[in-house]
Design a binder for this molecule. Structure first.
Ligand SMILES: NC(=O)c1ccc[n+]([C@@H]2O[C@H](COP(=O)([O-])OP(=O)(O)OC[C@H]3O[C@@H](n4cnc5c(N)ncnc54)[C@H](OP(=O)(O)O)[C@@H]3O)[C@@H](O)[C@H]2O)c1
Length: 247
């Protein structure tokens, strides 16, 4: 049995959520993919298990690591996988988890958070949302709470432990073939233990988690994503990311 936490990935059927779910599973977490549609969540979980579930053969386990992550710093330890992966409707996934990652489009975030609010129960909730301009993903829209993360904290209530992370992580960050420089994950939040949990999760999937201060700093970090998308477009790349130097 894994001693790592049980993680729900709400929106784990999507681009970024599936990447995170795969990597947490490969790192030994017990992962529950959440979806509005239980059957869709179960199908996503099965497809990940088919790729990563071969625990006796590291080569087999990573031979087809999915559309977004061929190169995998976890490759050499793939035979040590000790986690599990399953699918559930969002609320059920959140009830069963110890940490919740919400990876849904910003436009859907408020409704999804309201739907899971009663199941969060003081657990760390990691939000990844970026309020992009729907007509131009190289620009952002200002949101009334200052950031999508602060909006999430308001919706989940004063006792919530919202952590903003992965907003700058391209779903293409782990490309096919060869070694690449991986980005850092800037972690914002007002609850230090919750941030520490997320930092450990980052390290376990091969990324350096950096404490980037209080939740309100997500205002800055979320706005970096459209800048990165613009860099990608101009340079014809897909995984521009952020690394902090000098620390
Ligand atoms: N993609 C990236 O590279 C990337 C990078 C950094 C940050 N982000 C941020 O991470 C979040 C997720 O991005 P994504 O690209 O993974 O999103 P996505 O694939 O478009 O959607 C993720 C999941 O959200 C769920 N969802 C819930 N309500 C929805 C609605 N009304 N419309 C559409 N989907 C809905 C869907 O799951 P069910 O249908 O199963 O419920 C869907 O699979 C976004 O806020 C984005 O800004 C993404």
């Amino acid at each position: 049995m894994s001693d790592k936490k049980k993680v729900a990935v709400v929106g784990g059927t999507g681009h970024l959520g599936a990447l995170l779910a795969r990597r947490f599973y490969a790192a030994g977490y017990d992962v529950i993919i959440g979806s509005r549609d239980k059957a869709k969540a179960e199908a996503s979980a099965r497809s990940i298990e088919e790729v990563y579930g071969n625990r006796t053969s590291p080569a087999g386990a990573c031979a087809d690591a999915g559309p977004h992550d061929g190169f995998d710093p976890l490759r050499d330890t793939a035979h040590l996988y000790t986690g599990s992966i399953s699918g559930a409707e969002n609320k059920e996934a959140c009830r069963a988890a110890e940490v919740i990652v919400v990876s849904v489009p910003y436009a859907a975030q408020a409704d999804i958070l309201a739907s899971i609010r009663d199941c969060v129960d003081g657990k760390p909730v990691v939000v990844t949302s970026v309020p992009l301009d729907p007509g131009n993903p190289t620009s952002w829209v200002d949101v009334p709470d200052g950031s999508a993360a602060e909006e999430a904290a308001r919706i989940l209530g004063p006792e919530s432990k919202v952590v903003a992370a992965f907003e700058n992580l391209s779903m293409h960050s782990f490309p096919e073939g060869g070694s690449v420089e991986l980005p850092d994950v800037l972690i914002c939040g007002d609850d230090a233990p919750a941030k520490a949990v997320v930092s450990e999760m980052c390290e376990s999937i091969g990324l350096r988690g950096i404490d980037a201060g209080p939740l309100k700093n997500a205002r800055v970090i979320e706005k970096m994503t459209p800048v990165l998308i613009g860099i990608n477009k101009r340079m014809k790349k897909r995984r521009a990311g952020i690394r902090i130097t000098g620390i």
